[in-house]
Design a protein around this ligand. Structure first.
Ligand code: T3D
Length: 261
């Protein structure tokens, strides 16, 4: 499918989505948000796709909401509600990412600011280049975190660091991002996409049903108590153990062990 501001590349079992407004550091306008939502939904039913990478064209990952667009709307005098904009545009995109039953890797190549940072946080894991920088840019323009940041951030880095980042809006570089758990790997810029693709291929070789269940159980773990989590583990483990893959993979493991003797 051809998009206006989003590039979609299919590379075997890996789909690469590239936010493509490089002159504006891939700031989100409505078209880009809608295209992302549509792409995540479409990839959900693409059986051949087993892992998704999101990244940014040029030197930025995403600078969040396109502020020029906001200004244009204000100057046009059209009725405008940020709440409605979030409910109708950004929120469905974040939900589409979380319900997609395939892993999403954010390959963060540069600045991830405001809703651009939220977008990276909504991925299942983040791999950053040394040029990545993260900022909760909202407070600098008198706004509060949105697009999921208030939910993802404390869960990833703890409430105290989350408050620090939201309240100061300070820039977090790649090394700090690794240290505080915002990203799980940092690589040099020239190899970012190679590393992201290798990771995506590694995930694509795993059981898709197992990965879908892992994503679903981790989604739910954030809002469940221990009792609920234990019950869900038992249920999903039962379902996983009923698949032919489980029997085959156990048999293969035992065969390999036997050969080593
Ligand atoms: O409407 C709603 O629904 C509300 C939703 C809000 C969600 C949000 O995301 S609010 C937060 C919006 N984002 C920001 O406030 C970030 C603003 N940008 C920055 O702070 C910096 O640009 C960065 C830290 C991201 C990167 O800094 P740097 O020095 O690497 O680049 P730069 O020179 O500032 O930006 C390069 C160009 O991109 C520049 O344009 P130019 O001079 O080359 O023509 C700059 O104006 C443009 N740009 C950067 N961010 C945005 C943007 N243009 C429009 N919107 C942006 N968000």
């Amino acid at each position: 499918m051809a998009y206006q501001h989003l590039l979609l590349e299919l590379d075997g079992p890996v789909a690469v989505l590239t936010l493509n407004r490089p002159d504006l550091l891939n700031a989100f306008n409505d078209v880009l948000i809608e295209e992302c939502t549509e792409a995540f939904r479409t990839l959900g039913s693409a059986r051949e796709v087993r892992a998704v990478i999101v990244t940014g064209a040029g030197r930025g990952f995403s600078a969040g909401q396109d502020l020029e667009d906001v200004k244009r709307r204000r100057e046009a005098g059209a009725p405008w509600s940020i709440a409605e904009h979030l409910r109708e545009k950004y929120n469905p995109m974040i939900v589409a990412m979380r319900v997609l039953d395939k892993p999403i890797i954010a390959a963060v190549n540069g600045a991830a600011a405001g809703a651009g940072m939220s977008f990276a946080l909504a991925a299942d894991l983040r791999i950053a280049s040394e040029h990545a920088k993260f900022l909760q840019a909202f407070v600098a323009i008198g706004l509060v975190p949105d697009t999921g940041s208030s939910w993802f951030l404390p869960r990833l880095v703890g409430p105290s660091v989350a408050f620090d980042l939201c309240a100061t809006g300070r820039v977090v570089g790649a090394e700090e991002a690794l240290r505080i758990g915002l990203v799980s790997r940092v690589v040099s810029a020239p190899v970012l996409m190679t590393a992201a693709r290798a990771l995506a291929m590694e995930l694509a070789r795993k059981s898709p049903a197992a990965l879908a269940r892992i994503k679903s159980m981790l989604n739910l773990s954030w809002s469940s108590d221990l009792g609920d989590a234990l019950a869900l583990e038992a249920q999903l483990q039962h379902e996983a153990s009923q698949t032919p893959e489980y029997i085959q993979l156990v048999d293969e493991f035992l065969l390999r062990s036997e050969r080593k003797k």
